[in-house]
Structure formats: C-alpha cells, structure tokens
Design a protein around this ligand. Sequence first.
Ligand code: ZN
Ligand code: ZN
Length: 417
Amino acid sequence: MKIVAPKGTRDILPPEINKWHYIESIIREVMNLYSFYEIRTPIFEYTELFQRGIGDTTDIVNKEMYTFLDKKGRSITLRPENTASVVRAYIEHKMYGLGGVGKFYYIGPMFRYERPQAGRQRQFHQYGMEIIGTKDPKADVEIIKATEEIYKRLGFTDYKILINSVGCPKCRPYYEEELKLYLKDKYDQLCDDCKVRYHKNPLRILDCKREGCRRATESAPKIIDYLCEECKIHFEKVLSYLDALNIKYEINHRLVRGLDYYTKTAFEVIAGGLGAQDAVGGGGRYDGLAQEIGGKEIPGVGFAGGMERLILALSHAGIEFPREDIQDLFVVFREEVEKEAFALIFRLREKGVKADYALGKKSIKAQLKEADKKGVKYVVIIGEEEVEKKILTLKNMETGEGKKITEKELYKLFEKE
Ligand SMILES: [Zn+2]
Ligand SMILES: [Zn+2]
C-alpha cells in the first residue's frame, strides 16, 4: 500500500512555501525592530508542563494532546502551544537574573488531536511573542502594538483589536459568583459543555459560540465592573497607552481566558473578513502561570497566532504574496557545449545572478519550453558558434527580442536589474 502523510498533517510545497517565508520574514523584521529575540524550545515536553501550564479543565489538555510514554515510561506530550514552554525555559535558565525582563518570539509547529478541517490541522503552526518578568501595563500594549504592526506590514487594512480584562484571583471569584447568580434561572438554556463550565469555569460560558448560550449571556454582568483596584488601574492604563499610540480597539465583554493564571488583559485580533468568531490570534497576561509550573511568581504577557489561519485571512483579503521562485536567467544550450554552459551557470551564480537550466532536457525547444513555464524573463542561448566567438545570444522572453552580448555585458545588465 502507498504511504501517505498522516491524517491532519500536510506537506507545504513550493510555491506555497513562498507565503510562509514571506510571513515569517515580516514577523522576524517586526520582532527584531521591537527587540524581541527568537527562542526555540523542544517540540516535546513532559506532559505535566502542559497539564499545569494550560490547565486540566481545558479542551486542549482533556481531549487534544498528543501524549505517549517513551521507552523509559515517561509521559511525553507534543507541544499543543508554546507559552508554557517559553515560561519553563525562562525559569529553568534563571533568566530573571539576567536583568529581569525577557522578550521572546517563536515560530513553529504545534500539535493538537482535533478533527481536521479547513485551516485546522493536527500539526499546525503558530507564531507568538512573550514579555516575561514585568507587570508593567506598557508591556501589554507593546505586545498589542507589535501584533498590529505585523498585520499592517502584511497588508491588512480591516483588522480589529478586541480587548477585555479578566481580573485576577482576588477579584474574579466575586464576578464568577455574580455571573452564576445571573445565569441560575437560565441554566437550562446552556449547552452541555456550558453546564459543566457553570460549575467548574463559569467565565468560559461567555465565549461559547452556541446560540442558546449567547442569548443567555446577552445582558450578563460585565467583568470590568467587578475589577479590584489593582486590576482596574491596570486596565485603565492599558487603554490609555493604546490611545496614546492611536491604536483602535473595541472593549469586548465576552473575551475571556478562563483559567486562574490568566490575569488582567485579554485581547484578540480579527482580520481578513474571516468573521467575528474566528480570531487570527489572541493573547493576554498570565501573571500566575510561572508559579503554576513550579517557579516563583513571575508575571508575563503574550500573544499567539496561527500561521495557517493567517494565510487563509491574507487570501480572503486579496493580499498578494511576492514570489521568490522566479529566476533571473535561464541558460539554454546545445549538448556539444554543455560543459562550457555548465561552467557559465556557476560563474553567473557567483556574480549573484539567479541562473538556472533544464536538467535532463536535450533539445533547445524543450529547454525553452521549461524556461517559459518558469516565467523567466531572460534566456541565454549557447551553441558552438557562441562558444567559439565568446559571445552569447540573449533573449527577452517577455518581448521576444534577441541580441548578441558578451559575458561582461550580461553581468552589467543584471547589476542594473
Ligand atoms: Zn483583580
Ligand atoms: Zn455553551
């Protein structure tokens, strides 16, 4: 039987890989400009990291993790996201000792056992950023601004930033009680998942996408009216810095990250007409996460976005990707002079000309056909006469024009291009 890629995985082939390189280069450009530096953590970690770092009550940990025992019987999990790993690395390498605040970014594959659908694979890719080691609300805004900058540079014009505060372990329990009180006589309208959430994690009912749950929570009390003094001041400062940078946002009361160690700021970005229910990325503050995975109390804030979703959103928005697979020049030659032509190709490459040729094709006609298929602008044709007279025949494939030039003139032409 023929072997194919496992369900939920996908080969990324040329020329699609162009899109990835393009997006990655913009992410790196912005991250570098903002002094975030790349961190590469392992693809797999001990399962406990995610159990404690994402939380036992989440779908990710309960249903979606790729978990297995290694040969020594240790429970290993393919990373379903990267924040827990980055915080783990920050603590493990005692980076809090190196002047405190760490600014990191990452791009890489993540793994979740989900039902595969458009834009959702079992091996998918995320890019993200984290600022670890400070409670300063400016850090929250720097993350939001960096995210916006990436979307702007990619060419999005109709993105939207949604923001909320989810409070802290001091003030959130009061709100949760209020919310439960409000939902008490609407309990029967909730979906089965939300009935469980009502007892375990009522905040998450607010972001349930089911019609009944949305109706039930329509005029629910808002968490920002229940924030403690510290959370309230933090939220006000975040909004004031956003205003100072002219960043447009919308306060959205449904935006929650329903775990104890997510605190204060939560935000999401919607772009490319994917619809309000489908954010291209989201983030927030996680001041309680470090302690949860066995470190000291280290505050942090971050963002993560899906690469596949981003590519989908870019296509929806009609944004074109620059192509990187276009050659400057194609060398076409008669078999009798193949050694001379072969040497010329590498001299051209040495001069920085992106020259290529047709492997395994003998006739001039077949070679020209390949050049045409590849969208090459210039072709150089070499026969015995050309070798003898040390001259080249240059053909402009767009205009069909041909002329004789020397090798030196050819280099000059590409210096100008
Ligand atoms: Zn609070
Ligand atoms: Zn629900």
